[in-house]
Design a protein around this ligand. Structure first.
Ligand SMILES: Cc1ncc(C[n+]2csc(CCOP(=O)(O)OP(=O)(O)O)c2C)c(N)n1
Ligand code: SF4
Length: 284
């Protein structure tokens, strides 16, 4: 199916416009752009709406599930992947997307993330990384860059920050990619691949939170934040060619892992079939 879908068609086909609008996102927030790429990816793959489940945690990012006309669950903070795992196991034909903020996925839900990756459950984890806890007022998250000013670290964040890609790679995710909301077409391409792949896919979408992060740091306006994404992001291929000293301050984007291994649910049901095919004890 073509992904030439107009804004008007998106509104009528994919959004619950009569229930949940106007939306809660600040002007300049990147979360809506991520949602747009997700909707267009699903549309261009021709996945029926009834076969899609968006499972979100709590946060500004978590609110996105409320707006879309798929099967949706707005779950508890940090537990989107537990719900998503149960849904995928009970009906493997569904496309299950766990939509989480960086606080949701890497802090309170960090343990679930590494074990979902280790297990390689067939879920797409979409992590909206805005470097901060947006909804609750700008506390530091594990993705807040070291040295940044936040509500809880007014003199600068002392902890090192997690690199989501390295974490997902190390834990064994099947497909790992990073994009930004400035590079929308590239992000959409990544999203399409992630939805098509078996096993556990992790897509980190870098999205600006001007309200809680940018204003306390060097990015006074939303435009400053988008300029920052434009100047910082570089394809992983180009990044790998750079000498070590030139990598400082650059953020590689693109696909980092693409293993194509079967998901946990596939292996589980294959094992079950194997058991069922065995002759009953005492039988001939
Ligand atoms: C168990 C639990 N702990 C804490 C909270 C409070 N809480 C709600 S949203 C949130 C942080 C959201 O940050 P993030 O996940 O990064 O998403 P964002 O709002 O930035 O999109 C927190 C701590 C909660 N709702 N439930
Ligand atoms: S607080 Fe930040 S993450 Fe939340 S809606 Fe506003 S800009 Fe977006």
């Amino acid at each position: 199916m073509s992904n030439n879908i107009t804004g008007n068609e998106i509104i009528h086909q994919y959004l619950r416009h009569n229930k949940k609008f106007p939306h809660v996102l600040c002007a300049g927030c990147g979360h809506g752009i991520v949602l747009g790429t997700l909707i267009r990816s699903i549309h261009s793959l021709g996945i029926p709406k009834d076969d899609v489940v968006v499972v979100a945690g709590i946060g500004c990012s978590g609110r996105l599930a409320v707006y879309v006309d798929f099967n949706t669950v707005h779950t508890t903070h940090g537990r989107a992947l537990s719900f998503a795992t149960g849904i995928k196991m009970s009906n493997p034909k569904l496309h299950v997307i766990a939509l989480m903020g960086d606080g949701d996925a890497l802090s309170i839900g960090g343990n679930h993330l590494i074990h979902a990756a280790r297990r390689n459950i067939g879920v797409t984890a979409l992590i909206l990384n805005n470097s901060i806890y947006g909804m609750t007022g700008g506390q530091s998250s594990p993705a807040t860059p070291e040295g940044s000013t936040t509500m809880t670290n007014p003199y600068g964040q002392l902890d090192h920050s997690f690199d989501t890609v390295e974490l997902a790679k190390g834990a064994g995710a099947n497909y790992v990619a990073r994009g930004t909301v400035f590079h929308v077409n590239r992000l959409e391409k990544i999203m399409i691949e992630a939805l098509e792949r078996p096993g556990f896919s992790v897509v980190e979408a870098i999205t600006p939170c001007h309200t809680q992060y940018g204003r306390k740091n060097k990015y006074k306006t939303p435009v400053d934040m988008y300029k920052w994404l434009k100047s910082t992001a570089i394809t992983v291929e180009r990044y790998n060619e750079l000498p070590e000293e030139k990598r400082e301050g650059r953020m590689p984007i693109g696909v980092f892992v693409d293993r194509g291994q079967p998901g946990f649910e596939e292996r589980y049901y294959a094992m079950q079939e194997g058991f069922l095919a065995r002759p009953a004890k005492g039988g001939k």
